[in-house]
Design a protein around this ligand. Structure first.
Ligand SMILES: [Zn+2]
Length: 545
């Protein structure tokens, strides 16, 4: 196993996440997988079960193929191709020893033979079903086919020609372009549904370009919000987005507009917090010449300009009670008049609002009108903060990296390992807007042809959380627990108490004396920090007596 692949593995034990090259993984018991296979075979029959597991493996292989070029950009084609078999080992499926491998991406030439040893799948099958007349490495053969097909950009079919489940000493697999197999159709049918030769769309990032931006995500929290968007888009119902600052409420609103039947009409956004109280009415409803000092010309308001389209009212919770009353009237009666005007105009807008405050609490506190709240709260969509949808981070990181590299004309080669670890472990209090800023800053700071490093990204005073676990010297270590550093400390004759004291002092200095931030930097709680501080002081007093 090469270090470059092992280093792609991160365990974020605080979040319960395992990452491989920016993709979320999970560990399951090999025996449970064997029992699952058994149950599926019993339920749907051998042939259908084989198809299900082949496609599952195909999709995994296809996803790993996307990693290959990223991890080994400068390697030979053979070294790059070897990423697949090595990852398959790292993922715990099977040890793959090459017999012969010919791969040429320029001509699409491919011919390969491997020996599998200790196959999880074939051994589980042998245990549960005994020796049979057919090979049993279905998911694994799917993986090899999916990996090679995406790598080569053409359908490659692997076959298991010998298998321990058939009584052979080890399993042997042979891969060729699908059209070179005489009776290739027989096995190709197991790949159907996984789009042989193509990456399955199931794992591609969702989203469509809106005004040069994309709505990007794959996490459960994102999908819930996105599905709600799909349900309500083609109606004219009022939608109320809620979520912390920076979660992308306006981008969701723009998507809602673009997906709906008013897409050809205008999308007009108003940030209610940015307009002074005394100008708000004129801004929303327009003004007739001479209505007040300074109103030298008549002009339409946002309601008029949004006619036939969508009116997006951001930070609606900041409206004064007076402004809320005027807005309520326009919504309730479906008509409004310009300030200083006499002509009633019909409003033809779809209203979308957003808030980062708790409007229900504001209603209870008497700062937000209950009747307006119920008019707005027809179809609420909560957009979760980024720390609750960390599975979106890899997609968002790639998205913003490509966006800002292009915008600033920089040639950056991705993220360095420690930078990825830091980004996955960070809490993102400013949400997607903060992530976007951090990456834009990093792109500007990084040198051409180099990856973004941690110090390029986190140079704006962000406080990094406890780090994720990373592989080191064949085992997993929390980074920072560099075995070399530990050896140096012990060799220097420092004792634990001294090291602890110095670490705490250093963290407190970094955090300008703020104990919460210092504790976070040390990966302990604030009360643990306070306890250790007092224990340290007691120790010092004992020593000086
Ligand atoms: Zn086998």
């Amino acid at each position: 196993m090469s270090d470059d692949l092992f280093n792609q593995l991160h365990f974020d034990h605080a979040q319960g996440h395992i990452w491989l090259a920016g993709r979320r993984m999970m560990m399951i018991h090999a025996r449970a997988f064997g029992l699952l296979r058994h149950e599926v075979i019993e339920a749907v029959g051998l042939d259908k079960a084989r198809g299900v597991f082949t496609r599952q493996g195909y999709n995994s292989g296809a996803m790993d193929a996307e990693i290959a070029a990223k991890v080994r950009p400068d390697a030979t084609i053979e070294q790059m191709f070897a990423v697949g078999p090595e990852l398959h080992m790292l993922e715990g499926m099977v040890r793959t020893d090459p017999v012969s491998v010919k791969v040429d991406t320029a001509t699409g030439t491919f011919a390969a033979e491997y020996i599998w040893r200790g196959s999880t799948e074939c051994e589980a099958h042998l245990e549960l079903f005994g020796r049979g007349a057919y090979p049993a490495g279905w998911s694994q053969i799917g993986y090899a086919s999916g990996y090679a097909s995406v790598f080569l950009g053409r359908p490659i079919l692997f076959r298991e020609v010998e298998c321990v489940a058939m009584g052979h000493e080890c399993c042997r697999i042979v891969g060729r372009p699908a059209d070179e197999w005489q009776d290739g159709d027989g096995d190709v049918r197991y790949m159907r549904g996984s789009q042989l030769g193509e990456v399955s769309p199931a794992h591609l990032p969702r989203g469509k370009p809106i005004l040069g931006r994309q709505i990007v995500g794959a996490s459960a929290g994102f999908n819930v919000a996105f599905d709600l968007l799909g349900h309500v888009a083609d109606t004219d119902a009022v939608v109320l987005f809620s979520g912390e600052s920076g979660v992308g409420k306006e981008i969701f609103a723009r998507n809602l507009h673009a997906m709906g039947r008013r897409a050809a009409g205008p999308f007009i956004a108003v940030n209610c917090a940015a307009i002074p109280e005394n100008l708000l009415e004129a801004e929303l409803f327009g003004v007739e010449r001479g209505a007040f000092t300074g109103a030298n010309v008549s002009r339409p308001g946002r309601f008029e300009r949004a006619s036939g389209g969508t009116l997006f009212l951001d930070e609606i919770g900041t409206l004064s009670l007076a402004a809320q009353g005027k807005l309520l009237r326009a919504i309730q009666e479906g008509e409004f008049e310009r300030v200083g005007g006499t002509k009633l105009q019909e409003s033809d807008v779809r209203l979308v609002a957003a808030t980062n405050s708790d409007l229900r609490a504001a209603v209870e506190a008497g700062t937000f009108r209950a009747d307006l709240f119920y008019r707005l709260n027809v179809f609420p969509i909560r957009i979760p903060p980024l720390r609750e949808r960390r599975a979106d981070l890899p997609l968002l990181m790639e998205h913003f990296l490509a966006l800002y590299a292009e915008r600033h004309g920089r040639r950056v080669t991705g993220f360095e390992e420690s930078a990825i670890a830091a980004m996955l472990g960070y809490d993102w209090p400013g949400n997607i807007r903060e992530l976007e800023n951090v990456i834009e800053r990093g792109v500007i700071m990084a040198r051409d042809g180099e990856p973004l490093r941690q110090h390029h990204l986190f140079s704006g005073g962000e406080i990094l959380g406890p780090p994720v676990w990373r592989p080191q010297g064949g085992s997993l270590q929390p980074p920072g627990s560099d075995p070399g550093a530990a050896a140096a400390l012990v060799d220097a004759g420092l004792d634990l108490a001294t090291v602890e004291k110095q670490m705490i002092e250093r963290a407190l200095a970094n955090a300008s004396g703020n104990r919460t931030r210092a504790a976070r930097q040390l990966g302990i709680t604030r009360s643990q920090l306070i306890y250790r501080l007092s224990a340290g002081r007691a120790r010092d007093e004992r020593n000086s007596n």
